[in-house]
Design a protein around this ligand. Structure first.
Ligand code: SF4
Length: 105
């Protein structure tokens, strides 16, 4: 019996067959689909608004899945980042790693 596993690049895309990026047919046989290359080809530097944005190194052009669902393409921007949101996100990240050190003692 051959087990088949579907591979998705993002949890938000899971279950949508046309958006799976590959499959595993057995332990050593992974096959990537053209969709893998479509999703991996997203370049935030190609997005005009993102190219000049100072948040680009942290944001990387926003969520590709949201861009896809909203605009029908991964190669569009989906800006949901504000400086306040980014600051709170960074602070949460710092707090998380500070707590991680405490938990590992
Ligand atoms: S999605 Fe918005 S915040 Fe992120 S890099 Fe692009 S313009 Fe900047």
């Amino acid at each position: 019996m051959v087990q088949r596993f579907r591979i998705y690049k993002c949890a938000a895309l899971m279950g949508i067959r046309k958006l799976r990026v590959g499959k595993i047919e057995d332990e050593n046989d992974m096959v990537l689909f053209p969709e893998y290359y479509r999703q991996m080809a997203r370049d935030p530097l190609a997005l005009e608004k993102c190219r000049s944005c100072k948040l680009l190194p942290l944001c990387a052009g926003g969520c590709a899945a949201k861009a896809y669902f909203k605009n029908g393409s991964y190669y569009t921007g989906e800006c949901m980042m504000t400086e306040d949101y980014l600051k709170s996100w960074v602070m949460d990240y710092v707090k998380y790693y500070h707590n991680l050190d405490a938990l590992n003692k």
